[in-house]
Design a protein around this ligand. Structure first.
Ligand SMILES: [Zn+2]
Length: 290
């Protein structure tokens, strides 16, 4: 008989709590969320919160003796026909099972939630008056006030694009990539749209929203160039991991408050970019179009 107090919650208990805040039906159709590895009956004493479930974060979670990893990105997004340990992802699945660690994924269902991934990102900039950049479609399972992908808000004080870029590099978790921006460096930014992760597909919505700048990740040459040429908001391109890492604090706080277990937030930078160099002399740039 146990003399160490109440029984710890099980994987099933924690999953139920996660699905209350991030219902799986809120995920995009192409997405794959929920419990990936794990026995629902396993007790959970410690939870590790990570952006990516990769060998490095699994090792970190194991060293911390976590029973459950909650990850943002799906480990298995597309169909697989093998999880043999000879494959990269199969090795991860083996490590998880061997060390009795469960894995749960909250991805686009956490993006769309309120508070969700981009609320944590917006908080880093002190944005106020938040509304979704891409509201959940009326009639969709996630439809509801405040829910949707990305957030739009007002900065505590106006700053130029150059100042905001430097500021972003200090308020976001440090990465080799840092932050790069597109547009007139002297443009004054009062309103900012943010979207954690790859935000290429929301450029038109940022323009339609009439914001001064849009911060996201994974922006590309042609879409960014054409967006600016069409008079769209200035763009800030941060490291993918850095735009989603802020959410882990919110996630961990929620889990501590609701299931009362220890949590660990991973600061392991899982962005693939590890080296960044700037040109020795300022590069020649096109004069921004007025
Ligand atoms: Zn992402």
């Amino acid at each position: 008989m146990s003399t160490t107090g109440p029984q710890p919650p099980t994987v099933a208990d924690v999953v139920a709590v996660l699905e209350r805040r991030y219902p799986p039906t809120w995920a995009e159709q192409w997405d794959r969320v929920g419990l990936v590895v794990g026995d629902p009956a396993t007790p959970v004493r410690r939870i590790a919160c990570v952006v990516d479930c990769v060998p490095e974060t699994v090792a970190e979670a194991r060293a911390a003796r976590a029973d459950l990893i909650v990850a943002h990105h799906p480990l298995l997004l597309r169909g697989v026909s093998s999880v043999a340990a000879t494959t990269y992802k199969g090795r991860i699945v083996h490590d998880l099972i061997r060390h009795d660690m469960a894995l749960h994924v909250a991805h686009t269902n956490a993006d769309v939630a309120e508070p969700g991934v981009s609320d944590a990102l917006a908080a880093r900039f002190g944005l106020t008056g938040l509304r979704p950049l891409h509201p959940a479609a009326p009639g969709s399972p996630a439809a509801g006030a405040g829910r949707g992908i990305g957030r739009i808000g007002r900065l505590p004080q106006p700053m130029t694009l150059a100042e905001l870029t430097a500021h972003a590099a200090t308020v976001l978790p440090p990465t080799a990539w840092g932050v790069r921006s597109a547009g007139d460096p002297d443009r004054v930014i009062r309103t900012l749209a943010v979207s954690g992760g790859a935000g290429d597909s929301f450029l038109a919505e940022a323009t339609a929203a009439g914001v001064d700048a849009f911060l996201t990740a994974d922006l590309r040459h042609h879409p960014a160039s054409e967006h600016l040429a069409a008079g769209g908001p200035a763009l800030l391109d941060a490291a993918h991991w850095a735009t989603e890492r802020p959410w882990l604090d919110d996630l961990a706080g929620y889990l501590r408050d609701t299931v009362g277990v220890e949590t660990l937030v991973s600061d392991l930078d899982t962005d693939p970019w590890t080296v960044h160099a700037t040109a020795p002399a300022p590069p020649v740039t096109r004069s921004p179009e007025k």
